[in-house]
Ligand binder design. Structure first.
Ligand SMILES: Nc1ncnc2c1ncn2[C@@H]1O[C@H](COP(=O)(O)OP(=O)(O)OP(=O)(O)O)[C@@H](O)[C@H]1O
Ligand SMILES: [Mg+2]
Length: 276
């Protein structure tokens, strides 16, 4: 029998923490000197939790996500993903990623791009085909599965990348401004779908955005970062509950949290300073 892992939270997930970052720092050596992109980052994301990172351009949001995804190494500190080193979690394909650039394989069709994680997981062909059709429909590309990426608009490419990230129903999703290139209506539709999918699958999400309303609508917690050197300056709990529907966008509780994040971002009120 496998040893039982600690359990908490309501999603029936087997580990307590999806992400733990302790004292994480990142320094980039450049010709002009060292760039301190991140310093003293302490971040814990519970299994099944939705956490957004928000902050001005250049504050290190993408860098932090890349460290979690093991696409780069931290200069200082420790990162653990489901209790494993980031490298192990990458090899085990514990997460799906959708980043600022869609990053599609140009020689593969839409369907074959979405199917990629399923192939890596060695899912049977029939199951792959059904899942790809379902995901293409979800992101509104049901009629485009035979197209190649260069035949799609930027927003459509981004939707393929989102479908691909969701394909293997990962227990952690790492998303870097995935909705940035989309029109407002598609964006709001996919925000709703993402919260529904995350709740249904019990996936934790670390989501980078520049949009305060988007961060509040999606998240259990909004982590506010400041530039030079990038660090966490505030954490706002939204407390908006499980249901994220259109009526939420017009509720007083939602507006209150939008204001709280805006104030934290502008430094007028800091809920929790994270000094090191
Ligand atoms: N490979 C690199 N080499 C040198 N400096 C880098 C590198 N990658 C990032 N940086 C620097 O690290 C800092 C953080 O960059 P990062 O891309 O993480 O910011 P960001 O918060 O994602 O910004 P944006 O909102 O514009 O996407 C910036 O000052 C950037 O110039
Ligand atoms: Mg970025």
């Amino acid at each position: 029998m496998a040893q039982e892992l600690p359990q908490r939270g309501g999603h029936g997930v087997s580990t307590e923490w999806a992400v733990q970052a302790t004292g994480v720092g990142k320094v980039f050596p450049t010709a002009a000197g060292e760039v301190v992109a991140l310093t003293g980052v302490e971040l814990e994301v519970r299994a099944g939790e939705f956490v957004s990172l928000i902050g001005p351009s250049g504050c290190g949001k993408s860098t932090l996500l890349r460290l979690i995804a093991d696409l780069d190494d931290a200069t200082t500190g420790e990162l653990s993903i489901f209790g494993k080193p980031a490298r192990r979690a990458r090899i085990d394909q514990d997460y799906g990623i959708a980043f600022q650039q869609a990053g599609l394989l140009p020689w593969r069709t839409v369907a074959d791009n979405i199917a990629l994680p399923l192939e890596l997981h060695k899912a049977p062909k029939a199951q792959r085909t059904a899942r790809v059709a379902e995901l293409a429909e979800l992101v509104g590309l049901g009629d485009f599965t035979d197209r190649y990426p260069d035949q799609l608009s930027g927003g459509m490419q981004q939707r393929v990348a989102i479908a691909r990230a969701l394909a293997a129903s990962p227990r952690l999703l790492l998303m870097d401004e995935p909705f940035g290139a989309l029109d407002e209506m598609t964006r709001e539709y996919l925000q709703g779908e993402l919260t529904r999918i995350a709740a249904e699958t019990g996936a934790a999400v670390v989501f980078v955005t520049h949009s305060i309303p988007e961060a509040v609508f999606l998240s259990d917690r909004v982590v506010v970062m400041s530039p030079r050197p990038g660090r966490i300056t505030a954490v706002v709990e939204t407390g908006l509950g499980e249901v994220r529907d259109e009526s939420l966008r017009e509720s007083a509780a939602y507006f209150e949290k939008v204001t709280a994040v805006r104030e934290a971002l502008h430094g007028t009120k800091v809920e929790r300073a994270n000094e090191r």
